[in-house]
Design a protein around this ligand. Structure first.
Ligand code: PLP
Length: 383
């Protein structure tokens, strides 16, 4: 008899699995579902990857990643955020932020440790944390702004004393982000407690309304923060699978120990491409960002006009829209929209207790977005 790991067996399948199986079987669907840039990776980045292969770079790298890349990450953090991390001991190159998050949880969490997750959440957080044996705690964020409120946070921390707090801004799925002042308020609360912050800032450069402040830049938070970001979204490099972590050396060493046994290193071709992105990717990044911002204006305004209440996202490329007006629950809404109008969105329940919401990704061409929005409008009128 095959006996699986108990936790893997217990892990609930993603609420959207059934739904996406439907999408796969259909033709001519406009997908506002997956969280992925519609842009192809900028040419100079692809070319650098190709050239590195031509030059014969096909080997393993140092476990922590190419030193040249770690140095470039360190300089980048210094230049953009005035953050200082030692490339020898405080930076680790990973296979996407996905692996960075997995390693951070594995390095820090013991069985039954409490991990605080804000809801709506990026789907991987509770799953990875659960697999490690953590006790997940949830704090639900609410309309109209979906922001963490310092007073509520204080109450939850005081009552539960979690070991880990997971932050994610700009957020997937709401796009909501925090100003430096707001982050300071959060840190004023968090610092009273003995916990580590894992801050997933993968959408940091796609911030449209104010300058992004990384959590380690806030007060004295750096010494207790595991900061992670990557290349998938900022530089449209999802398929390269490359991310990084910057954290106190004790945590980086622990994460590297797991990484060297489980992954060895991130692929060298992708590391070369990432180096190019940091050295010469800014212009393209700014162009993509400008385009996302233009799309955001269009989509948010349209959705609110047709009665799907949508908080204006400050970053990333998602809208989290309230569908109460339809009187449908999120899976039913998404299924019918797909079958009747061939538009795919993600039901809110995928992100926690949000059955009155859908997530719409606006990483699509303006004309495609306009067509999809018109179809959503028609769908609502038909109900
Ligand atoms: N973190 C967040 C908040 C995300 O939205 C995603 C992808 O959608 C990831 C991490 C995973 O990113 P990566 O491609 O770097 O593994």
């Amino acid at each position: 008899m095959i006996v699986l790991n108990k936790r893997v067996e217990e892990l609930k399948p993603s609420g959207i699995r059934e739904f996406f199986e439907l999408v796969l079987g259909m033709k001519e669907v406009i997908s506002l579902g997956v969280g992925e840039p519609d842009f192809t990776t900028p040419w100079n980045i692809r070319e650098r990857a190709i050239f590195s292969l031509e030059e014969g770079y096909t080997s393993y790298t140092s476990n922590k990643g190419l030193f040249s890349l770690r140095k470039a990450i360190s300089s980048y953090l210094e230049k953009y955020y005035d953050l200082s991390y030692d490339p020898e001991t405080e930076i680790l190159v990973t296979v996407g932020v996905s692996q960075a998050f997995d390693l951070a949880i594995r390095a820090l969490v013991n069985e039954r440790d409490k991990v605080l997750i804000f809801e709506p959440f990026y789907v991987a957080y509770p799953a990875i944390s659960f697999l490690q044996g953590a006790q997940n705690l949830f704090l639900k964020l609410e309309e109209p702004d979906f922001k963490i409120k310092p007073k509520k946070l204080y109450e939850v921390l005081k009552k539960n004393k979690p070991k880990i707090i997971i932050l994610n801004y700009p957020s997937n799925p709401t796009g909501v982000s925090y100003t430096k002042e707001e982050l300071k308020e959060l840190w004023r609360v968090i610092k009273k407690f003995d916990c580590v912050v894992i801050s997933d800032e993968i959408y940091d450069r796609l911030s449209y309304d104010f300058i992004h402040t990384p959590f380690p830049k806030v007060g004295s938070a750096k010494k207790r923060t595991v900061y992670m970001s990557g290349f998938s979204k900022n530089f449209a490099m999802t398929g390269f699978r490359i991310g990084f972590v910057a954290a106190p050396s004790k945590i980086i060493e622990a994460m590297t120990k797991i990484h060297q046994y489980s992954m060895l290193c991130a692929p060298i071709t992708s590391q070369m491409a990432a180096l190019e992105a940091l050295e010469k990717g800014e212009k393209e990044l700014e162009l993509m960002k400008k385009e996302y911002k233009r799309r955001r204006e269009l989509v948010v305004e349209f959705l609110n006009e047709i009665g799907l209440k949508t908080t204006k996202p400050n970053g990333a490329f998602y809208c989290f829209s309230n569908i109460e007006v339809s009187r449908l629950k999120s899976v039913e809404f998404a299924k019918r929209l797909l079958l009747e109008k061939k538009v795919a969105v993600v039901p809110g329940i995928a992100f926690g207790d949000f059955d009155n919401f859908i997530r719409i990704t606006y990483a699509q061409k303006i004309d495609t977005l306009k067509e999809a929005l018109n179809r959503i409008k028609e769908f609502l009128s038909s109900l």
